[in-house]
Design a protein around this ligand. Sequence first.
Ligand code: ADP
Ligand code: ZN
Length: 292
Amino acid sequence: MLYGALEAGGTKMVCAIGDENGKILEQISIPTVSPEETMPKIIDWFKNKNIESLGIAAFGPIDLDRKSPTYGSFTTTPKLKWANYNIVKDMKDALHIPIGFDTDVNGSLLGEITYGQAKGLTDAVYITIGTGVGGGVMSNGKLVHGMLHPELGHMKLLPYEGDTYKGHCPYHGNCLEGMAAGPAIEERWGRKAIELKDDAKVWDMEAFYIAQALCNIILIMSPQIIILGGGVMHQLQLFPLIREKVKEMLNGYLKTSELADIDHYIVPASLNDDQGIMGCIKLAIDEKALEG
Ligand code: ADP
Ligand code: ZN
């Protein structure tokens, strides 16, 4: 059986067809411009592909409450052309198939839980550090939505000693996203993150902010694994620094086998940047099972 996957990102929409094993058979990418310009191209591509259902993982904030009249839409997104646009309704009207819907980061987490290194786990967190910072959460085997959905990127953090940068987030200034997302690194240091590769202070500071956030997450959610993805995490030298700082900050308070093996506890994404699109396949499979 074939399933459709749509990873709705702020810069591009990745569309794919896959099978029940998460194998991607066909894929294209369409620039995210406006619903009027972008959506007809996406609908055209999925038409006549003979898919059972479609899974959409989208940038947010989005309405995930199935009882809400605006279920399936973008809400207060700063990408104003997309605010209040109902992507689930339009795809359903065009394709007449079940549509699964979740946040982009819950999608990536679901990909890792179903097909990647977190297979079989019930409590896990996936964080992306890229243009923004977002986090997907699974608790007791269920993706967490709650009141809206988790927004881990916006937790407030203590400043790194001597860091006077005010932060990039228009809502909170120095939240995790404001201090550690790609654009924050670039504004603080005046250069592209990738060009700062050899500057030790840049990555020590970056690891300090990420480690603080991870300690909060560990203490509140007690995940069995934390997966870090997104463009900034391509700087793999961050991983040992983050692990070291997490251990320092927790200061021996938690004694678990997972933390004792921290190299396998705080880890890079495992699916070659396909975790998001593979998660969409699983969203599609689950929605088909739900709606029949
Ligand atoms: P998005 O968040 O838009 O989906 P990415 O996850 O690729 O996309 O994040 C883009 C951000 O990550 C940019 O701010 C960029 O500076 C940063 N980035 C991308 N690649 C790298 C890299 N190899 N090293 C450091 N930073 C990177
Ligand atoms: Zn913020």
